[in-house]
Design a protein around this ligand. Structure first.
Ligand SMILES: NC(=O)c1ccc[n+]([C@@H]2O[C@H](COP(=O)([O-])OP(=O)(O)OC[C@H]3O[C@@H](n4cnc5c(N)ncnc54)[C@H](OP(=O)(O)O)[C@@H]3O)[C@@H](O)[C@H]2O)c1
Length: 221
């Protein structure tokens, strides 16, 4: 089994790498800085430097993975941005940072990742239930919500473009105790990734284009 994990310096991405390596999978994983890259190498992964918000960095990744044949790819990198509660307009810099990381990053990376997938591979974008419009019941973090709704749209298009090649899904990891989720979150990172990996492993062709919770149950877009 070969896996590509995008955004693996810490949190959910790093735990994906740890668990895949514990299962002796061959893992290629990315981090932005030397500390993150060292963590990945210590786990036995091939570590590549990538800032998903930087066009040159994304182009370099495309070059590195050219000719690979991954059974599975997971785009995990993401940021939350301003912790707003209502309709506070974001500063332009915050808007750009969140949208570039959570939306433009996957839009840039999906084509080279798709070209580096094995036949019948699985491709997941770690989204968030907060991006669901159908389940929307609050307004906290509306910039983050908008970015994850847009990321879902991007994943849906990828699922149509790649329908004969891969099973593509958007996944909500649960509310997870990471730097982003905070100490009061429901799920430990180990349990969250165990559930996400099980959901990815159980994907069938008919799941292509789905938005799923960490336990595999469908979520409204
Ligand atoms: N935790 C939750 O409760 C929760 C819930 C729903 C969805 N999610 C989603 O799950 C994903 C992972 O979240 P997490 O909880 O593991 O968060 P985290 O602990 O804050 O980790 C975020 C990861 O994204 C990376 N990243 C951020 N900006 C990047 C960029 N420009 N280029 C490359 N990597 C970048 C970070 O790298 P650096 O170390 O370099 O910053 C880090 O590895 C995110 O997409 C998040 O939206 C999380």
């Amino acid at each position: 089994m070969t896996a590509l994990i995008i955004g693996a310096s810490r949190g959910i991405g790093l735990e994906f790498v740890r668990q895949f390596r514990a299962d002796a999978a061959q893992v290629t994983a990315t981090a932005r800085n030397a500390t993150g890259l060292a963590r990945l190498r210590a786990l036995g992964a091939t570590a590549l430097q990538l800032d998903v918000a930087d066009v040159a960095s994304a182009a370099a990744l495309a070059w590195y993975i050219d000719g690979e044949s991954f059974d599975m790819a997971v785009i995990v990198a993401g940021i939350y941005g301003p912790k707003t509660t209502g309709l506070e307009p974001p500063a332009e810099a915050d808007f750009d940072a969140v949208m570039h990381t959570n939306v433009l990053g996957p839009m840039r990376l999906l084509p080279p990742i798709a070209a580096a997938l094995a036949p019948n591979a699985r491709l997941a974008v770690i989204s968030s239930r907060m991006g669901s419009i159908g389940l929307r019941a609050g307004t906290s973090g509306w910039l983050y919500r908008a970015s994850k709704a847009a990321a879902n749209s991007v994943l849906k298009d990828a699922s149509i473009a790649l329908r004969d090649h891969a099973v593509c899904v958007a996944l909500h990891p649960g509310w997870v105790r990471t730097d982003m989720g905070g100490a009061g979150a429901d799920l430990g990172v180990c349990d969250a990734v165990v559930a996400l990996r099980r959901t990815i492993a159980n994907l069938r062709p008919s799941d292509n284009g789905a938005f799923l919770d960490h336990d595999g149950s469908p979520l409204a877009w």
